[in-house]
Design a protein around this ligand. Structure first.
Ligand SMILES: [Zn+2]
Length: 453
């Protein structure tokens, strides 16, 4: 064997199925060999992971880096630094920036804004709205964007949501082009009815916001989305599923042959509606957290494999934008930072016996890569694939301090929350980009990944 570029030694390799001690050899950014422990081929550099676990590089396919357009909240450089610190080797960026990623022109603006800034690899989702259906097929086919986002309810006015007719048309185009629809599923009518009720009752508190997004809103929309996927034959992902019942419905549809996957988000497993009392606007996002009972069931379902993958839905706003919601929750925007703490929530779950490390590898890498066309280059620890790794220390206990976060956003709903199990090193295509608290990579190293059908 030629001299390798790097060896990773003294670690336990974790795949979606098994864990075993071993050595990994890297050459030209790819995995050259996976050997047993104590086997040390010649290499220019050796990284000793000191008994920690080596997971296939985690991928976060649900991020809003607010760039271009809202860079006072976050930007691509800081967002991908935060990704590296959170153990993420690749991110897929959602289309709700300014301008939104819904035309060729706007996509170019985004690509230019990203140029030379990434610390980790990245891809871009495009968006389907009620008014860009003519270009949707071409946009997906000609750009290597990975998937098509759509909202079933109001989000922001620059990104009009799809009502049934537009959604069905969009799903037909998705099916014809063998694309993936990524769907925010909430019933708009239920949301507006409940919001009006809360306003009429004079409520401005955090809990009132969550009550305006009841479980029924998500459940109805999931049922409709599943049926629409079934009759159009499109492949779809239901984003950030917040209800145990929603996960069960998706699982049942899948069993029936509907091509659908369930995403869920870390904050839904960390916080419940009760936390709205104290954290209000700093936990305002949608769909919302429900009660403890629902959360307990969701952990049980994650263990049963009902969640296909995890997306952080990292979506920072400035402290000032959120602060106004302390007195009036309706005035705060929707979205919270989360990419740096996402993996730790689930590693902490492993330490609490709620799931296995192999399941974490599956939900943060294997499945994500498969669903979004990043396989076979990413998603597994296999010779010939990208040398992307997330090294985790399962014994490290740490309380989150917002000022230490690499994101531009220096507040976090996780402030003071203690979690056990953290990513300590992130390796992207054979290069260490994050190392025990410090960014070790460079802006521009991360590259655009072309999705495969
Ligand atoms: Zn989102």
């Amino acid at each position: 064997m030629d001299t390798l570029d790097m060896l990773i030694v003294n670690g336990t390799i974790v795949t979606d199925k098994e864990s075993f001690p071993g050595t990994i050899g890297i050459k030209d950014g790819r995995i050259a060999a996976v050997c047993g422990p104590g086997v040390y081929p010649e290499a220019l550099e050796t990284v000793d992971v000191r008994g920690n676990y080596i997971l296939p590089g985690a991928i976060d396919p649900h991020v809003h880096f607010q760039d271009p357009g809202f860079t006072e909240r976050e930007d691509f450089k800081h967002g991908t630094m935060a990704a590296a610190a959170g153990g993420m080797t690749c991110v897929l960026s959602h289309p709700l920036d300014n301008p939104p990623t819904t035309t060729f022109e706007n996509l170019k603006v985004k690509e230019d804004a990203y140029e030379g800034k990434a610390f980790v690899d990245y891809g871009i989702h495009i968006g389907a709205t009620s008014d860009n259906l003519e270009v949707l097929g071409a946009l997906w086919n000609e750009t290597g964007a990975t998937s098509v986002k759509m909202f079933m309810c109001f989000s922001v006015k620059e990104f009009p949501f799809v009502e049934d007719e537009a959604m069905l048309k969009a799903l037909k185009i998705v099916a014809e082009n063998n694309a993936v629809a990524i769907i925010h599923a909430e019933n708009d009518g239920i949301l507006s009815m409940m919001t009006k009720e809360m306003h009429e009752a004079g409520r401005k508190d955090g809990v009132a916001y969550n009550l305006s997004h009841p479980a029924e809103a998500e459940i109805e929309a999931i049922k409709r989305a599943l049926y629409f996927l079934e009759i159009t034959g499109a492949t779809g992902v239901i984003l950030h599923v917040s209800t145990a019942q929603g996960l069960e419905l998706i699982h049942a549809a899948k069993e029936k042959g509907v091509k659908v996957y369930a995403e869920s988000a870390p904050h839904l497993f960390q916080f419940t509606v009760d936390d709205m009392v104290e954290k209000g606007p700093y936990l305002k996002f949608s769909p919302v957290m429900h009660d403890k009972e629902n959360q307990k069931k969701m952990w049980e379902l994650i263990q049963k494999g009902y969640v296909d993958y995890i997306g952080s839905d990292h979506s920072p706003y400035t402290k000032e934008e959120k602060q106004v919601g302390e007195d009036d929750i309706w005035k705060a925007p929707n979205g919270i930072p989360g990419i740096e703490t996402s993996l730790a929530v689930f590693l902490n779950g492993v330490n609490e016996g709620k799931l296995t490390l192999n399941q974490v590898a599956k939900m943060t890498s294997k499945n994500t890569a498969r669903i979004y066309g990043l396989s076979p280059d990413k998603g597994t620890i296999t010779p010939g694939t990208d040398a992307d790794f997330t090294i985790v220390d399962m014994n490290l206990k740490k309380s989150i301090k917002s000022e230490e976060l690499k994101s531009k956003c220096k507040w976090s709903p996780y402030e003071g929350v203690e979690l056990k199990g953290w990513p300590v090193m992130t390796i992207v295509r054979g290069k260490v980009v994050y190392d025990h608290g410090k960014i070790a990579g460079e802006a521009g190293y991360g590259k655009y990944v072309q999705r495969k059908k």
